[in-house]
Design a protein around this ligand. Structure first.
Ligand code: KIV
Length: 266
């Protein structure tokens, strides 16, 4: 088992070998994904709505992200662990971004950070990577800016929006990022960006032409509630499984069937 590093991902890109990424926010799921061979585990700020019960990613704090990432880092033996910098922790200046990135990697054990934005975040990416912390970029639909993007919508449609997205991607690469997430981008545009960049692109709702894919684990495993977005494929139905287990347990406790002698001490 060889540890995945940012250089491993660069080599995958050079060889045209696709890689897989999933989010995780806890020790047990991280252990499972690591064992499954997932290459990159992202402690995404999607923890905000998937774990902490917030309505968007905006309220999640640096210390909340650090606690979740500590659990994931403790579990992952092979996968590269990346942690999201939450909203408000990097936008003010490159100095603020570096200070918080240092705190996040020191307290969480994660090996890299991710932050949102293209040209607008280039100085931050450059400052953090120059200090020796690998940075993953994130462009296209950036959930922390949901209120200024007019809701959850595909980005980069139309000539000028597509050109702006390409410029964002190039700015992220030039600033020193080791990879970039393309979220909710037309497939043809994501393919073009993936060809033009030398760093790996990681798609979510960006079609099959990117170098890697990422999904929120609770969506792909059918654990979350509500409607899933078009780009999410469900590989399991964990929510129904767990619901049935909890219902059976509830019924057995209430009827006295559990615990039986097999699950009791003499
Ligand atoms: O927070 C997150 O889960 C993410 C991925 C969806 C890319 O940023």
């Amino acid at each position: 088992m060889k540890k995945v590093r940012t250089e491993t991902l660069a080599e995958y890109k050079r060889q045209g070998q696709k890689f897989s990424c999933l989010t995780s926010y806890d020790f047990i799921s991280a252990e499972i994904f690591d064992q499954a061979g997932i290459d990159v585990i992202l402690v995404g700020d999607s923890a905000a709505d998937n774990v902490l019960g917030y309505e968007s990613t905006i309220p999640v704090t640096l210390s909340e992200m650090a606690s979740l990432a500590r659990a994931v880092s403790a579990a992952a033996q092979r996968a590269l662990v990346v942690v999201d910098m939450p909203f408000g922790s990097y936008e003010i200046s490159a100095e603020q971004a570096l200070k918080n990135a240092i705190e996040l990697v020191k307290t969480s054990g994660a090996e890299a950070v991710k932050l949102e934005g293209g040209i607008r975040s280039a100085e931050q990416i450059s400052k953090i990577s120059a200090a020796g912390i690998p940075v993953m970029g994130h462009i296209g639909f950036t959930p922390q800016s949901v209120n200024s993007l007019g809701g959850y919508r595909v980005q980069g449609r139309g000539d000028s929006a597509a050109q702006a997205l390409i410029e964002d991607a190039k700015a992220v690469e030039a600033a020193g990022a080791f990879a970039v997430v393309l979220e909710m981008v037309p497939a043809s545009l994501a393919t073009q960006v993936s060809i033009e960049l030398s760093i790996p692109t990681i798609g979510i709702g960006a079609g099959s032409g990117t170098d890697a894919q990422i999904l929120v684990w609770s969506d792909m495993a059918g654990y979350s509630s509500g409607k899933t977005r078009k780009f999410v494929k469900r590989y399991a139905d964990l929510r129904s499984e767990l619901l049935n287990a909890a219902k059976n347990y509830d019924a057995e406790v209430k009827t006295g069937k559990f615990p039986d002698t097999e699950h009791s001490f003499e």
